[in-house]
Every structure is written in C-alpha cells, then in structure tokens.
Design a protein. Structure first.
Length: 502
C-alpha cells in the first residue's frame, strides 16, 4: 500500500465500533442471506429477458452503412438463442389472475405510466428526464424531513452545495448538452424489470468496425456505477468519464439503480448485479470485448460494487461446491468476478457502522443508514462481510476469484473520511486478497476525481483505467490528454472545490 499519513488518520477516526451482529451471525445475517438469494435468482434469469431492447437500440441508433438492420437482428437473435434457457425466469403475467381489483388497477396504472414515460423519452428526452428528476426530488424532500437535523450545520451544507452548483453550472450544462445530443451515446436502455433499471452505453468509433462482423478488433469496456449518497444518483453522472473514454476507443456502460427511499441497499446491489450481467451478455453486440473489462464505482457506487464483488464471489464458491441445482445455476451465470481485469473504488464508504458518527457531525441523522440498510448495517458493509461466517469458511477460495483492486481516496474528502478506504484495503489484505492497491492523495476532495479534476483535464480515473485496458500505449496517450485545454477556468474550479460540502 501507499501509506502516506495513515497513522495520523487512524488517531482521528472513530473507534472501530463493534456491530451487535456481524453478517452471518444471528439476525445480522438476514440481509447477507437475502442478497445471496437475490444474486442467485439473477443468475437464473433468461439471457433473452430484454433482448428486444437491444434490437430496438441497435436499429434506431446505428447507421445502416455501419450495421445493416438484418445483420443487427441476426446477431441479437443468435446471441439470445445460443444461451437461452428452456424457460425464462421472468413471468410477469403469471399472477394476473390472483391480483385484487386494487392490484389490477395499480398494475394498469403502472403500465400506462411506463408507456407515457417511454413516449416522453422518445419525443422530449431532456424535458422528460428533468421532469422525472424534479418529481423525485420533491418526493425525496417530503420523505426525508424526519432524517435531517435542520440546524445551522445542515443549512450551511445546503448553502455550500447551492453555491458549488452555481459556480460549475455552465460546465455542467455543456456536458449535459453533449450527453443528450451525442449520437454515440445510447441512452436509457432497459436491463431489468424494476424501476430505474436502465443503462447508457458510450460507443466510440473504434467499436463500429467490430460491430460489422469481425472487420475490426473489439474494444475494451468499463462498467461505471456512479454515486449520489444512495439518494440522488443518476447514470448521467458518468457522462464526463464516458465521453473521455470514447476518445481512447473504450466503451463505457453507466448503470443506474434504484435510489432511497424507493429502494434500499439490497435493492441497489440487486440492480447493479443485473446490470453487470446484462453487459456481459450483450456488450459484444456493440463491439465490446468481454475479456478486457474493468468495473469502477464512485462514492455510493463504490460501496455497491464492492458489495457485489464480495457477495458474488461467495455465490460462485457456493455454485462450485455443489448442492441442489448448483450445476444448473453455474452454467446460467453469465459472468464471474475474475472476468474483470481490475476493480477501481473511488471515495467509497465501506463500513456503515463506523460512518455513523461522521454523519452526525455533518448535520445528518445517522439512523438514516439503518433505514437504507433494512436495519442491518453490518450486512450491508463490505468491510464487515469479510468478518462473516461464510467468508471465514470460504474466504481463501473467494479471495482467489477477486480481480486486482485499487482503492482511491482524498485526504480532504469531507463526505467520506479517508480512513474508509485505508481500513478496507487493510481488511482485504488480511482476508487474503493478494492484489490490493491503496492510492491516497493529499489535496483531493470527494468530488475532485469525478467533477473538478476531469473539468480541468486532470482525470485521475483515466490514470488508473488506461494502463489496465490499453497496456503500454496508455502512457503517451495520457500525456496528450493532459495537454488539452480545461473545460472551465481552473481558478473557479479550485474555489468550487473549497466551497463544496463534499
């Protein structure tokens, strides 16, 4: 590890508060077991569940000269039928006759809402997207009153967030306009049946040749899961990263997930798991190389992706150990954690129990994490999963499956203290994970790696991603990328970084 200043940090962090129950111990293991069951269920879903969305997206977004319609249909149909199980796991109409009158009315209303929303996205995507965000913000504001301490601290944080957004608003608008109008971005592709189970795919020109049936090499793929305090995340936050990676010939897939209070952390992990599975099943249609992929997560996204990796490798060990139905499940599971060339976690909260005192000092109601985690903070903490009975039993074999892990954090992070990553890295090392890199930077805030840094052409995520996916050619290309002019005045970006509540 790179251990600059870690001893001083450990003197200032809260005590390693013991959880009343750890994952796998009594009631504290309920979320852990529920997550295992959910991931196991996802592993049995049919590969053709949303194949039609791929056909529609390919035909609507790709020029015929790059990808003839008949070829697109044949590729997707072949891809689905080659791996299609005998019976799809999803049977949405099976319970239609068992619903009450109220239930049927709610289902019809939901279908009408989905149809209206789809029409809005086809004809007025910007207005529809922002209208949905406004409705969700109002809903969140009403429901979250009881979770905040409306004192001086909370008001100051809100004011600083407002000033931060105003200072960077012109840069945000510039990125947003590109996000909505760049034809290389395939937006809002559904990957699952739940609310907000959508993803965006950023397809570089290098991938078009691969789409034409072997005329070009398939390109590397990055799966990105954004943050947002588990409450305000949106796949569009990946726009800066996706646009930059397209310049290097890399596909980026931004996965969305349900936000709290419309979903809890187990729901979010389930969403991310289904999205990752979709990518492994279908990204080759867009020219992606499933043998050259990387998973990254930022803030809340780092927490969710870390949970997914640990839980999924335990599930893989359970599959390989045998038992009823394990062989059938194993061949249906479309991906393995070892399929990733690397994992990057940026500014993630990996132990929710130790995070509580810090939230209280920031003016937030610390028990909000109990609501988000279904009352099981230990079961929803990646660091605590490494203490579970299941990990103690199968941890050695599970650790062998994990890809190389890089944890990045800034010392000036006000949202998630830097000890979150340093402690998790040490815990992973103690658990037998061999390839763990800890990258701590003294002058970095919570948002610098994903907002201020990329806007001034200092993209730390590229420094980690490109060497992994592009090898020796990454160095020269990084130097050329830094020579580009910043997207917003550096002085304003520096001031915004100091004003930011994160």
């Amino acid at each position: 590890f790179e251990r600059v200043g870690i001893m001083d940090l450990r003197e200032r962090r809260p005590a390693n508060t013991a959880s009343p129950t750890s994952p796998g111990h009594g009631s504290g293991g309920q979320v852990h077991l529920a997550l295992q069951n959910r991931l196991r269920s996802i592993s049995q879903e049919g590969d053709d569940l949303f194949a039609a969305s791929i056909v529609d997206d390919v035909l609507a977004s790709l020029s015929p000269k790059h990808f003839p319609p008949d070829a697109a249909k044949s590729v997707v149909v072949d891809h689905a039928t080659q791996q299609q199980p005998q019976q799809s796991h999803q049977e949405p109409d099976a319970t239609e006759g068992k619903l009450t009158l109220k239930g049927k009315a709610m289902r019809q209303a939901r279908r009408a809402h989905d149809a209206l929303e789809a029409w809005g996205y086809r004809n007025f995507p910007v207005i529809t997207d922002h209208f949905n965000l406004l409705v969700y913000a109002i809903d969140l504001g009403v429901q979250s009153v009881k979770w905040f301490q409306f004192g001086l601290v909370a008001c100051c944080l809100g004011l600083r967030l407002f000033l931060y957004a105003i200072m960077l608003l012109p840069a945000f608008v510039r990125v947003m306009l590109t996000y909505y109008h760049d034809p290389r971005i395939h937006r809002r592709i559904r990957y699952g049946p739940a609310e907000r189970e959508y993803l965006d795919i950023y397809v570089p020109k290098e991938a078009l040749a691969a789409q034409k049936g072997g005329e070009g090499a398939k390109v590397p793929v990055v799966i990105a899961v954004m943050g947002g305090a588990f409450m305000i995340g949106h796949r569009g936050y990946n726009a800066q990263l996706g646009l930059r990676l397209m310049d290097f010939g890399i596909i980026t897939v931004g996965i969305d997930y349900r936000n709290f209070p419309r979903g809890t952390m187990p729901d979010m992990v389930e969403d991310v798991s289904r999205g990752v599975r979709w990518v492994f099943q279908n990204i080759d249609v867009y020219g992606g190389d499933t043998s050259n992929m990387m998973l990254i997560g930022q803030s809340a996204g780092a927490h969710l992706t870390a949970m997914l990796l640990l839980e999924h490798c335990l599930l893989e060990i359970a599959h390989s150990a045998g038992g009823p139905g394990s062989a059938a499940r194993a061949h249906l599971d479309a991906w393995s954690v070892k399929s990733f060339k690397a994992y990057l976690g940026v500014s993630g909260p990996y132990d929710l129990i130790k995070l509580g005192p810090h939230l209280a000092s920031r003016g937030l109601y610390p028990r909000i994490m109990d609501h988000m985690s279904n009352g099981d903070l230990a079961g929803c903490s990646p660091e605590r999963v490494l203490d579970s009975d299941e990990w103690k039993e199968h941890g050695a074999a599970a650790a062998e499956l994990l890809p190389p892990i890089c944890l990045f954090h800034g010392y000036k992070d006000k949202a998630v203290p830097v000890w979150s990553s340093s402690d998790f890295a040490q815990k992973l090392e103690d658990a037998g994970v061999k390839h763990v890199k800890l990258d701590l930077r003294r002058d970095m805030t919570h948002t610098y790696p994903v907002i201020e840094g990329p806007l001034q052409r200092h993209d730390i995520q590229l420094e980690v991603i490109l060497p992994v996916l592009l090898g020796e050619s990454a160095g020269k290309r990084l130097v050329a990328a830094k020579a580009l002019p910043p997207l917003w005045p550096v002085r304003i970006l520096d001031i915004a970084g100091h004003v930011s509540p994160f």
